[in-house]
Design a protein around this ligand. Structure first.
Ligand code: GTP
Ligand code: MG
Length: 362
């Protein structure tokens, strides 16, 4: 999974990138015009993978991974530098946009719009994404018109109609993720990676003084955000970055003092999975215990294919037990004795936390 971090200059993107990934990218250096974004992969800190590993003592433990890309923001200066294409290229492959919005007040740090006003920034950001998608569609539509005139392609016509429909939404300033496209439409749209179609996680970068009113703030912004597949959370970027420099035991005391219940990373990962509609299942043996990430609603046959194409081709059955049940019983052997290791067919809908042993034949 790839998550793109974006937002206005000096909103704290790199600070939050560091807090999420334990990277040590330089903050406070104006990143405008910088060519390469900061990138880092993290292992999803899902305690279930490590718990299962205790049962199997495997040679290898493989948690799921998320890559964070600190892309920077798209602002007037960047556009003038014609870096728009670069900005888009970096965000193209991301599954989710993490929009960092400055809430913290600090007279020493300039705000590109003059003063802190996070509702304005959120609204402007959405509008920027809509404009970028709109530009892209206009260009494509022009080319398609010529193509259809000469080839009379049916596929071209369908694409044209769909893009015209999207353009209609965008002209009304509605992001594309507000619409439920059919499966065929989604397929056609996939190649474009429209920005307003990507799920969005708004991260309010709050100051230390705001920690106490974090819930009120999140609720207020939650009600302000009117679009689908859009969530909000708040992070005190600077503090979270400092937290990482502490020893584990000091960290907990520090967090308690400040009233921080969970690390930003843990909250953001949970929200990201929810926004993207993703769940985890596990495969376990003496060689490897591994977490797999799939869309919720995936059937056993498809899940097998995620692990290995041979498993999908030669699928016979899936032996399934949920992590919670397995933990309660203590071992797969016990689960078998108690008849808790279920035999499921190819249409079984995999649940979050399922431990699956695929039976297959190639
Ligand atoms: N007071 C305060 N300062 C912060 C906070 N978060 C970030 N900063 C400071 O704001 C400045 C900008 O932070 P960065 O993380 O570099 O911001 P950015 O969005 O990556 O900036 P660009 O990449 O230049 O667009 C740095 O000096 C940070 O130390 C915060 O929560 N409170
Ligand atoms: Mg930066």
């Amino acid at each position: 999974m790839q998550i793109g971090i974006t937002g206005l200059p000096f909103s704290g993107k790199t600070t939050i990138f560091n807090a999420l990934t334990s990277a040590q990218a330089k903050t406070g250096d104006f990143s405008l015009g910088k060519k390469e974004p900061n990138r880092a992969k993290i292992k999803v800190p899902d305690p279930r993978v490590y718990d299962l590993s205790k049962l199997y003592n495997p040679k290898k433990i493989t948690p799921a991974e998320i890559e964070y890309i600190d892309v920077g923001g798209l602002v007037k200066e960047v556009k003038e530098k014609a870096s728009e294409a670069e900005f888009l290229a970096h965000l193209r492959d991301t599954d989710l946009l993490l929009q960092v919005v400055r809430v913290f007040e600090d007279p020493n740090i300039p705000h590109p719009e003059g003063k802190v006003d996070f509702k304005r920034d959120i609204t402007n950001f959405e509008f920027e994404m809509i404009l970028l998608d709109s530009d892209q569609i206009e260009k494509r539509i022009k080319r398609l018109e010529k193509e259809i005139a000469s080839t009379k392609s049916e596929q071209g016509k369908r694409e044209f109609e769909l893009l015209a429909k999207c353009k209609g939404f965008l002209d009304k300033e509605i992001p594309l993720r507000d619409f439920d496209f059919s499966e065929d439409e989604q397929k056609l749209l996939r190649g474009y990676s429209f920005l307003s179609l990507k799920p969005q996680l708004v991260i309010l970068n709050i100051g230390e003084d705001d920690i106490k009113k974090r819930e009120i703030l999140e609720k207020e912004i939650g009600q302000f955000l009117k679009h689908k597949k859009t969530s909000v959370s708040s992070v005190c970027g600077k503090l979270e970055m400092e937290l990482l420099q502490l020893e584990e035991k000091d960290r907990e005391a520090f967090m308690e003092d400040l009233g921080i219940e969970r690390k930003a990373l843990d909250r953001i990962i949970d929200l990201s999975y929810k926004l993207l509609g993703l769940i985890s299942f596990f495969t376990c043996n003496q060689n490897e215990v591994k977490a797999w990430t799939i869309p919720s609603g995936t059937v056993a046959l498809r899940a097998a294919g995620v692990v290995h194409s041979d498993m999908e081709k030669g699928f016979i059955k899936a032996e399934v037990i949920n992590y919670n049940k397995l933990k309660e019983l203590g071992s797969v052997q016990k689960a078998k004795e108690k008849g808790e290791l279920r035999l499921e067919g190819k249409d079984y809908v995999v649940k979050d936390g399922d431990v699956i042993f695929f039976r297959f034949n190639v």
